[in-house]
Each structure stands twice: as structure tokens, then as C-alpha cells.
Design a protein around this ligand. Structure first.
Ligand SMILES: [Zn+2]
Ligand SMILES: [Zn+2]
Length: 915
């Protein structure tokens, strides 16, 4: 390797990306825009994580495209679930949450020859990478089931200047690609780049050898060329595909680091401007920057990812993609704090991202204000809870240490998230700094339970159809015009039900409109509202917005929500007239419904307290629903509640209602409220100042953080009835209850039923139970009398039968009315006790079915007359069969009309046996 190598061309990252696309466009490819980071139509995937995601349907044969050759640069995110590399992000040179993939595709068009030839040309001729530093791997099945890809290897060896020794074969793990357990698959060929011995980071490891697919950083995998030529139908069977496809992926960050000849992705022009932005904020010199490299890298990586996520419509939230968005902003914010950035700062990094990437990804520019605002809002929210969250983290850490553990339990990590807003990943970072691990499985299991238990309460206020950018613009304009204050729409669901104000904005089907007509579905913005927005399990208010002046119009409101902080939408349908922006409106909450909701909400607090009393402090709220007609409360508890427990809970709640406690609602500093023992609930975001709801002196009955609406005194709740208790998920019970009018009408219905029963039974309600008891006893007596009557009827019929003599053997046959099998058996026993030798066959019809019982005395059994054989013979006639012992057997059949015919056969059978 002494020969001086040609160096790669010095190009900027933007030039590299463009030259890739240009090259494939020249070769007949359609340049396709990057798909959104949020995969369309693929529920199984959290984020788009490869270029082929948007072409999955073509490979599966369920979709087509107007072109057969495509190329693109694709935005990707890999940060899903518990098995991600997030811990490595910032700590090494190559891991990222967000990254780009360059790719080219053939859909049944060109194949291996063109793919390899073009890759070689692009890498060496266009980009000038030294030919002798490039290696290619091809597929050779270690199980010997799938043919070796000699075709690809041969094409490689034919490339001009390619060292034929640089083709290596690897097995399924490295060189066979599968979409899933079944479906399209095929061999792939990877291109690796030898950065030179100085890039080896494992010199010190004894026995280490630098090699392709080895352990060190000398050989980098650059580009993967996948040849989709099979369809896997089972674990062992591959069918050749009629149309063969090509799918390639070239890691952009890594390519740029090679092209710009640096040893870290963070030293490329993709990241340098981001790091410089952070450095300008901290004022650090280069040495201090290098001493804090991890923090700088995390901030750069996460700031970039957050900007791209928000541009694609993902907002910070509690689950799924929203959780990821929240987590990366908070994690970046926490690392910012470590290098002295205590005020919201991440928007500055996002600003640089927009500048740098905006030309190629215009969605960044289009959503600029949403990106910057969302990031800053989220940082603010996080900083409000960070101090208290950190202090609780240290409490948990001390507990863990005191228990002699070195892993923070997943449930504690989840508490830190649910109550104090510390995402798991931050707890893990903090724990690591103290030499502790954190139980990821436990955390995600706890999160899953809460997701199931409170999925409705945690639904994001933002809907897929929302145009957040439009909302933001409208909100900003209204503020600028002075029609709305700094905080946006004034929200006060606590002090009244009706309010007047002008219509500030109208939306119809997601578009802003000036007016609407009958039947239109609209969203109305007013300066102020008393309508409650769904939160803390309490459903949103409904009601009506109508005109104050002529001409008159009315909109019935079915939902109220806040898709964007400060912008409250009243949503419903125009029922009359033409509501128009600027007209004065009266917004009236459906008061009756709201009172039902308030009763149920206060009752929920009482129920929560009673459950903890009866089941113990480990019973915790795992979700709730406060609706007008019922309330639902999920509680962590391992087993079904007993009837006694349910009654105790019901009694305790009703006592608290009768004691008629006044509710004390206060706003106070959050820390103070928590310190005094207020219960905070999951899925809620709490600011510096929190609203607390106190019932009983000093919260003796209940003390919760709550933004919901409540009755003034507990007496207003009226009766409280538990109507259901059941399981909703492992370890979670669900209690359903009604109050007020719902309980009232239920009680009324039940009372009516009782009255009707009393009337029918001719007794007063309080004598009803005794009357019922007497009736049941009477019924039992009658039943046994009937049985006795029936058997005495059978007995007298039996007594009237006369045996027929067969050579000295008495044979008694007969059909007895109303005799069941037991009676028939008893009577055959009686025959045998009265006759030392003989044969008896008694029959009856029960519910239309003929039955037979036959008995033979022991002396005759010894002579070959078996009762079991007897019943088998005669039962055929009645279309049935039977069996038993030689002395006693029984049979059943279908055709009762043949019973006498069957019985007549007995004589023939006995004669034949005696013959
Ligand atoms: Zn090495
Ligand atoms: Zn509440």
C-alpha cells in the first residue's frame, strides 16, 4: 500500500447528495421526494427507517408506480422501543437518531450488472474514491440451501480497476436480506471502504485483525445493494420471483465522513454548523467544547431530529412518536443544562438545521415557526418540572442504594416519568452517571399498562387532519391584531356556563373560511370560553353557539379541544343560518350534562380515596373516565374485589356525600402541593402553579391535583352506586359507577320492579323475601308430591302385571305410566326380591323417549340368560341400544310407538335361550 492514492473529491454534503441524485437521473431514474418520517399506512412501524419503506407495496406486489427506476434521499429515524442505540448517540462518532439514506431502485427493470457497475462508477469515477480501498461482499449460504451469488461476484471482478481479490463471501447474517419471515428476499452485496490502519481503534486488543465485517473502525460498510429475486413462502421454501427488483441503501452521514476525510460524522459539514451554534451560545473555547463533546453531540443530533420530526407533524406527547419527540427535546435540554444552557436554547440549533437543510427539505422552511415554537414550549414545560423531577430521582437513587441494588426498578423510572415528566432515557443517563443501571423492560411494561388503562385519556388533542401550521398562523395573527391576548383564547370552564364574544375565526374541513352554512361541520374560535376541554379523564363539554343579533344562526357544539396551545376549537355542525366571522355569538355549555359530569368527577375523587382505604395504599389510579352518564375508574389491584370490599367502598363514598363536605379549590405552587401529599395523576402536565381539589379538613377525605370541574359540596352528588367491577388488563381492575340522576333513575327502576313483584305476589315489599321463601318451599313440596304420585301410579300398574311362565321361569314384562329410570329399577329389584328365579323387563316413555330396564336373577345368569344381551336385542326395535351387567341392564330408544313390539320380543328371546 505504498503507492500514493488518489483522494476523494472535496465536496459539501449538499453537493454529494445532489451528485448522487443527478447520477441516477442521468441513468433514467425518477427522483422521488423523501417520504415523511411518519410512515403512511404502515401501523407496524413507528418511524420510516429506510428508503424502501415507501416502496414496500411494490415489492409485495400490492402496488405499482408509473416508473420502474427510482432514486431518492430519505429521512430516517431509528429510536424505537427499548432496543435502540440511543445510549450510543453522542457517545460515539456514528450513531444518530435521525439520519439520511440515499438509495436507487429497480422495479423489475435493471438487475445486478447495472446496479454494481453504476455503484462502482459513482464511487470511483464521480466521487474519486480510491479503487484499491474498496471491497465487495457477496452471499454464500452457510447452510448450503440457497445458491451462492457467483453472478454478483463475477460482475464485481469485471469492474475496471477493481482488485479481484477484494470479493469476499459471507452468510445469511451479513449478505441475505429479508423483508419479514415470509415475502420478498434475496442476496445482497455490500461495499466496504478501507480507511487505513490508522483508523483501527482496537490496536491494543490481543489477537485483533483488521478485516471486512470485523470489529474495528478501519473498514466501513458504505452501501448495501439488495437483489430481490425470491419470494419466501416458508422457513425452508423460496420461489423465484418473475420480476426481480433492486433496493440499495447508502448511509449518507457515513459517506460524507469518508468523502470529507474525517474520522467522525460530527466533523462533517452536516454537524459542524450545529456544534458551532451551540458553542456560540455557551461561549466555550474549542478545548472546553472537546471536554464536553458528548453533550454537544447529543444536542446537535437531537436538535436536528426534533426539527425534522416537528416538520412532519409530530408533536411532543406521552406515547409513541409523540413520546420520542418529547424525549429527545428533553434529553437535549438536560445535556444543555450540563454545559450551562439553562434557558430554552434548542430552537437556535433547529434554526441552523432549517438553514442548512431547508433547500433540500422545504418542509423545514414551511413549518419554521411551528418547529421553533414547539421546541421552546416543550423545553419550558420540561424546565418547570426538572428540578422537582431531579430531586425525586435522587430519592429513588438513595432508595435503590439502600436496598443494595444496582438497577433502578422500572416502576420507579416510570413514576419519575408519569409524575415528574422525566423520560426513561434521562433517568437512565442520570443513573449511568452514578454507576447504576435502569430496568428498561420494567419501564416499558409499566408504560404499556398505563397505555391500555388510560388510552382514551391520553389521546393527543391534535388530530391527523389538523393543519398545525395554519392554526399557528391564525393564532399569531389574532394575537398581533390584539383580538387575542398573549395566552391565546381565555379558558375558564370554572365560573359559568354562558359567555358572549365575536367569532374570531372559522374552520371548515381544515381550511379557514369567512362563513358557513347549514350542515357544515365547523370549528369556531372565540376570545373566551367556558367549554371544558377533555383532560384528566373528564370528557369535553357540548352545547351550542348561537347569534346574539339578527340574522340568527346556531351551531350545535359536539366537542371542544385545543390542538395548539392557546387555540381552542369549538367543533360541531351548523343547524341554522349563516354564522360569519366577526358576528357576536353566545356560547352556552349544555348545563344539565355538565352537572352530571361534575357530580361524576367529584365522586371519582371520593371513589379513589375509598379504594385506597379499602384496598390499601398500593391501589393506585391507572386511568379514569368522567362522562355524564357514568364514571369509570381503573385501579392497580391484583385480584377481583370481593362483594364485601365493593360494598365497603360504596358505603364510604355515600357517607362522604352525606357529610356534605365543601370542596376547597386552590391554586398553589406545584412543589408545595406535592409536598403536602396531593395525588398527581399520569398523563397530565402540570405547570409551576397547580390547581388542587381538597375534600374534608386538610384533605382528610381527598387531596388531588386536578384541573377538572366539580360540584361545590359533596351532597350535590346525590346517590352513588357501583354498577360493575371487572378486569381490564393484568393487575388492573375497572370499577364503573353512577351518581346523581343516573343513580336516581336506576334506583327508581329497581324500586318499580320490586313494587310490581310485590303486587303480583300479594305482599308488601318488606315481606317480599319471606313471601318468596314460602313460595319456593311450597314449590318444592309440590314437586315431591308429584314424584310420589307418579311412582305410586307406576307401582299400581306394576302390581296389576301378571308374569308369564316359560318352562317354570316367570317372565314379567310391562309398560308403566309416568315411571322414570329410578322407578323402573326399584320395581325390577322388587321383582327379584319376590321371585328367586325369573326375568323382568319394564318400560316407560319419558319426554317422548322410550326407556327399558331389564333384570335377570342370578340362577338364570348362570344358565346363559344375560340382561345386557336381552336389552341389546329388544332395543333395536325402538331404534336404540343399551347395556349393563348380566343381572341388570337398561336401554333407550327413539321410537316410542314400537315399545310393545319390542317388549313382545322378550318372550321369544327367553324361549330361544331355553331352547
Ligand atoms: Zn482493526
Ligand atoms: Zn379530578
Amino acid at each position: 500500500m505504498s503507492k500514493k492514492q488518489k483522494s476523494p473529491l472535496k465536496m459539501t454534503s449538499a453537493e454529494i447528495r445532489q451528485s448522487f441524485l443527478d447520477f441516477f437521473e442521468e441513468h433514467g431514474h425518477t427522483i422521488v421526494p423523501s417520504a415523511s418520517l411518519v410512515p403512511g399506512g404502515d401501523q407496524t412501524l413507528l418511524f420510516t427507517n429506510a428508503g424502501m419503506v415507501q416502496f414496500k407495496d411494490v415489492f409485495l406486489g400490492t402496488g405499482t408506480r408509473p416508473y420502474t427506476r427510482a432514486a431518492n434521499a430519505q429521512k430516517c429515524m431509528r429510536v424505537a422501543g427499548k432496543h435502540n442505540d440511543l445510549e450510543d448517540v453522542g457517545r460515539d462518532d456514528t450513531h444518530h437518531t435521525y439520519f439520511e439514506m440515499l438509495g436507487n431502485w429497480s422495479f423489475g427493470d435493471y438487475y445486478k450488472k447495472e446496479t454494481i457497475t453504476w455503484a462502482w462508477q459513482l464511487l470511483t469515477d464521480v466521487w474519486g474514491l480510491p479503487k484499491d480501498k474498496l471491497w465487495a461482499t457477496c452471499f454464500e449460504d452457510e447452510l448450503g440451501e440457497i445458491p451462492r451469488d457467483d453472478q454478483a461476484a463475477e460482475i464485481w471482478r469485471q469492474q475496471p480497476g477493481f482488485d479481484p481479490e477484494h470479493v469476499l463471501f459471507f452468510g445469511r447474517e451479513e449478505n441475505f436480506w429479508e423483508m419479514a419471515e415470509t415475502g420478498p428476499c434475496g442476496p445482497d452485496s455490500e461495499i466496504h471502504f478501507d480507511r487505513g490502519p490508522e483508523f483501527c481503534n482496537m490496536h491494543d486488543v490481543p489477537g485483533h485483525v483488521c478485516q471486512v465485517n470485523g470489529d474495528c473502525q478501519r473498514y466501513l460498510e458504505l452501501w448495501n445493494l439488495v437483489f430481490i429475486q425470491y419470494n419466501r413462502t416458508s422457513a425452508t421454501h423460496l420461489d423465484p420471483l418473475p420480476a426481480k427488483h433492486v433496493d440499495t441503501g447508502l448511509g449518507f452521514e457515513r459517506l460524507v465522513s469518508v468523502m470529507q476525510d474525517v474520522d467522525s460524522n460530527y466533523k462533517t459539514d452536516l454537524f459542524i454548523p450545529l456544534l458551532q451554534t451551540v458553542q456560540a451560545l455557551t461561549g466555550h473555547d474549542d478545548q472546553t467544547l472537546n471536554e464536553n463533546l458528548t453533550a454537544y453531540r447529543v444536542i446537535a443530533d437531537h436538535g436536528r431530529a426534533a426539527a425534522f420530526l416537528i416538520a412532519d407533524g409530530v408533536v411532543p406527547g406521552n406515547v409513541g412518536r409523540n413520546y420520542v419527540c418529547r424525549m429527545i427535546i428533553r434529553r437535549a435540554s438536560r445535556f444543555g443544562g450540563k454545559i450551562g444552557l439553562n434557558n430554552p436554547f434548542l430552537a437556535n440549533v433547529a434554526e441552523t438545521v432549517i438553514e442548512q437543510y431547508g433547500d433540500f427539505y422545504p418542509e423545514l422552511v414551511q413549518n419554521r415557526s411551528a418547529i421553533l415554537q414547539t421546541i421552546t414550549d416543550e423545553e419550558r414545560r420540561f424546565q418547570r418540572t426538572l428540578d422537582i423531577g431531579m430531586s425525586h430521582f435522587y430519592t429513588v437513587l438513595e432508595e435503590t442504594r439502600a436496598a443494595n441494588l444496582d438497577v433502578i426498578p422500572g416502576t420507579s423510572a416510570f413514576d419519575l416519568y408519569a409524575t415528574y415528566g422525566l423520560p426513561f432515557e434521562i433517568t437512565r443517563d442520570l443513573a449511568q452517571e452514578q454507576g447504576f443501571d435502569t430496568d428498561a423492560d420494567g419501564f416499558y411494561a409499566a408504560m404499556e399498562i398505563h397505555k391500555v388503562a388510560s388510552s382514551s385519556a391520553m389521546e393527543s388533542a391534535t388530530r391527523e387532519t389538523d393543519d398545525l401550521e395554519l392554526y399557528r398562523t391564525v393564532l399569531d395573527d389574532l394575537k398581533a391584531e390584539g383580538k387575542l391576548g398573549k395566552e391565546g383564547v381565555r379558558y375558564d370552564p370554572y365560573t359559568g356556563f354562558e359567555i358572549e364574544g365575536p367569532i374570531l375565526a372559522l374552520f371548515k374541513n381544515g381550511k379557514q373560511v369567512k362563513s358557513a352554512v347549514v350542515k357544515d361541520r365547523v370549528s369556531v374560535v372565540l376570545p373566551e370560553t367556558h367549554f371544558y376541554i377533555e383532560a384528566g379523564g373528564q370528557v369535553a363539554d357540548t352545547g351550542a353557539i348561537s347569534s346574539v343579533d339578527e340574522p340568527s344562526w346556531k351551531i350545535s357544539i359536539e366537542d371542544t379541544r385545543e390542538p395548539l396551545e392557546g387555540l381552542i376549537l369549538h367543533e360541531g355542525r351548523v343547524v341554522s343560518g349563516t354564522p360569519t366571522v366577526g358576528q357576536q355569538a353566545l356560547a352556552a355549555v349544555d348545563e344539565t350534562r355538565r352537572w352530571d359530569i361534575m357530580r361524576n368527577h367529584t365522586a371519582t375523587h371520593l371513589l379513589h380515596a375509598a379504594l385506597r382505604q379499602v384496598l390499601g395504599d398500593r391501589a393506585r389510579q391507572a386511568g379514569s373516565l368522567v362522562a355524564p352518564d357514568r364514571l369509570r375508574f381503573d385501579v392497580t389491584h391484583g385480584e377481583p374485589m370481593t362483594q364485601d370490599e365493593i360494598e365497603a367502598v360504596e358505603k364510604q363514598v355515600n357517607e362522604a356525600i352525606l357529610d356534605n363536605y365543601e370542596l376547597e379549590i386552590r391554586n398553589q405552587p406545584r412543589e408545595q402541593a406535592i409536598h403536602k401529599g396531593a395525588m398527581a395523576l399520569f398523563g397530565e402536565t402540570y405547570g409551576d402553579t397547580v390547581r388542587t381539589v381538597t375534600i374534608g379538613d386538610e384533605g382528610r377525605i381527598s387531596y388531588e391535583l386536578c384541573g377538572g370541574t366539580h360540584v361545590g359540596e359533596t351532597g350535590a352528588i346525590g346517590p352513588f352506586l357501583v354498577v360493575g367491577e371487572g378486569s381490564v388488563a393484568a393487575g388492573i381492575r375497572r370499577i364503573e359507577a353512577v351518581t346523581g340522576r343516573g343513580a336516581q333513575s336506576m334506583i327508581q327502576e329497581r324500586m318499580q320492579t320490586l313494587s310490581k313483584m310485590a303486587e303480583r305476589l300479594g305482599a308488601s315489599v318488606d315481606k317480599l323475601e319471606a313471601r318468596l321463601e314460602a313460595l319456593l318451599t311450597e314449590r318444592d313440596q309440590l314437586t315431591s308430591e308429584i314424584i310420589n304420585l307418579r311412582s305410586s301410579e307406576a307401582v299400581s300398574a306394576y302390581q296389576s302385571l301378571q308374569p308369564v311362565d316359560h318352562n317354570g321361569v316367570p317372565v314379567l314384562i310391562g309398560e308403566l305410566p309416568n315411571a322414570d329410570t329410578d322407578t323402573l329399577r326399584q320395581l325390577t329389584d322388587r321383582f327379584r326380591s319376590e321371585n328367586p328365579s325369573g326375568v323382568v323387563v319394564l318400560a316407560s316413555v319419558v319426554d317422548g323417549q322410550p326407556i327399558l330396564v331389564a333384570a335377570v336373577t342370578k340362577d338364570l345368569v348362570a344358565r346363559g340368560l344375560h340382561a345386557s344381551e336381552l336389552v341389546q336385542n329388544v332395543a333395536r326395535v325402538i331404534g336404540g341400544g343399551g347395556g349393563g351387567k348380566p343381572t341388570l341392564a337398561q336401554a333407550g330408544g327413539k321410537d316410542a310407538s314400537k315399545l310393545s313390539e319390542a317388549l313382545a320380543l322378550v318372550h321369544d328371546w327367553v324361549s330361544a335361550k331355553q331352547g
